[in-house]
Design a protein around this ligand. Structure first.
Ligand SMILES: [Zn+2]
Length: 461
């Protein structure tokens, strides 16, 4: 049993405020991989003193770890490779050929690089989409890094010539998922789980959707795909299926309650209603949407029909940071632009990156808040490690004559950064500590250089 102690709780938290623990508020009790208590308000557990290890965490904020609800670990070596392109050109000229050139050892380097950035920025859970092959290498990297992950190979059984190197028969992909599930699904007390990842409607045939959704052995796997990212895609899907992407996906038999839809920008009112009826979840990717010029997702409208919304950085080739802080900030800016600055609620945005993200992934019973019984996935945060937060209202009590001081949530959403993350814990284990940050860095840089050279060689053959 470990206690991260915040002695002298002069202003104890209430349960409703227990999602963010500010300094000197409460003790976080951890037993194995689980939060045993947040005290106060929970009573301190009565364990024998010699079984309790107490560590002084009085100066830290404690936050639930971030949920990155849509990422592509396999794309990290492509960072910077597709600048200045919109989605379809970016896919066909850069991403598909580069994904097709990946091999197990280069994909593993890509995943290691992504995971290092995710952990050091405070992300503790990811929903990942692989490329169409070598997902075993991604999952090995995930297993080593200690992050909580749902992942699976991208499914593509049709598409334009540019996607040729990636296209696989549905039966081959199904067999690979079977093998991956046998090896990885439920690994490390359910830390790793398999997701079905049909890339998007234009690259997956009706037959393959049907086959995958009908498999009873895959029935517990979420269905992770891209939906209504660009107007071009909507037009494409309309001509292929006679329906909009949201309507098509929502109508698929076996999709009920399983759809995890990245982007969800170009939607009609009926599309939103269809998705709500299908109990889908939305994975909002503000950084990627802005950079590729795809459009602005109206998160408020999605939330109003009851759709859970999580945040995702998408891949390093379209963002270029896998940084939950940046996604929170951009999500707030987009809401301000669409709905006015008074409609932006920082506490709500913070929830998108934590408990709403957990809900979108179907993990809200396990993660997303600091509550007794949930998994011990959390961050130790030191805002003073970032100059932008020096002198923040929270640090200088009484420094707010106008009575409109930023709330702790506003500080986190609008000022927060990876620089503030001191430690990242998953399942009660510290998986990143800033003090050890130099370790392995040189070796990783060497591996990345090697992998990029190898990738370039394969592409130019
Ligand atoms: Zn994506």
């Amino acid at each position: 049993v470990l206690v991260l102690s915040q002695p002298d709780p002069t202003r104890p938290v209430t349960h409703s405020a227990a999602d963010v623990l500010r300094p000197h508020r409460a003790d976080l009790w951890i037993e194995g991989n689980t939060i045993a208590a947040v005290s106060p308000p929970d009573p301190a557990p009565a364990w024998p003193e010699d079984e309790v290890e107490t560590r002084d965490a009085a100066e830290f904020w404690i936050l639930p770890g971030f949920v990155q609800a849509h990422v592509h670990l396999c794309q990290t070596l492509f960072r910077g490779a597709g600048e200045g392109l919109s989605l379809y050109r970016w896919l066909s000229e850069v991403i598909w050929p580069m994904e097709a050139a990946l091999e197990p050892d280069t994909i593993e380097v890509a995943a290691d690089l992504a995971l290092r950035q995710l952990l050091s920025g405070g992300s503790t859970t990811i929903l990942d989409m692989g490329t169409t092959r070598h997902t075993g290498a991604v999952l090995s990297a995930v297993a080593r890094a200690g992050i909580r992950a749902l992942s699976g190979p991208a499914l593509m059984d049709r598409g334009p010539e540019a996607a040729g190197g990636l296209i696989r028969k549905g039966s081959e992909s199904m067999a690979e998922i079977e093998d991956l599930a046998a090896q990885w699904h439920g690994y490390d007390d359910n830390r790793i789980r398999i997701a079905l990842c049909p890339r998007f409607v234009p690259s997956v045939s009706g037959g393959l959707w049907k086959e995958m959704l009908a498999r009873s052995d895959f029935a517990s796997f979420p269905v992770h795909t891209h939906c209504a990212e660009t107007e071009e895609e909507v037009a494409d899907v309309l001509s292929l299926t006679g329906r909009s992407p949201a309507a098509y996906l929502s109508s698929l038999e076996g999709a009920q309650g399983r759809l995890k839809l990245a982007h969800a920008i170009w939607l009609s009112r009926e599309d939103r209603a269809d998705m709500a009826r299908a109990a889908a979840a939305i994975l909002h990717c503000p950084g990627s949407n802005l950079k590729l010029g795809s459009g602005l997702a109206d998160v408020r409208a999605l939330r109003e029909v009851g759709l859970p919304v999580g945040l995702g950085a998408d891949g390093a080739a379209c963002n270029n940071r896998l940084d939950a802080w940046q996604e929170m900030r951009l999500a707030g800016y987009i809401q301000s632009l669409l709905r006015g600055p008074d409609a932006v609620e920082p506490a709500e945005i913070l929830r998108l990156a934590t408990v709403e993200g957990a809900k979108a992934l179907g993990l809200e019973e396990e993660i997303g808040t600091l509550r007794a019984g949930k998994r011990a996935d959390f961050l130790l945060l030191d805002p003073r490690a970032d100059d932008a937060a020096l002198g923040a209202a929270d640090e200088v009590p009484g420094s707010d004559p106008a009575g409109r001081a930023e709330t702790p949530e506003a500080m986190l959403v609008f000022t927060g950064s990876p620089a503030m993350v001191s430690e990242t814990w998953i399942d009660g284990v510290c998986r990143y500590a800033k003090r050890d940050d130099g370790e392995g860095r040189g070796e990783l840089i060497r591996r990345v250089r090697w992998a990029r050279e190898r990738l370039a060689g394969r592409l130019n053959r």
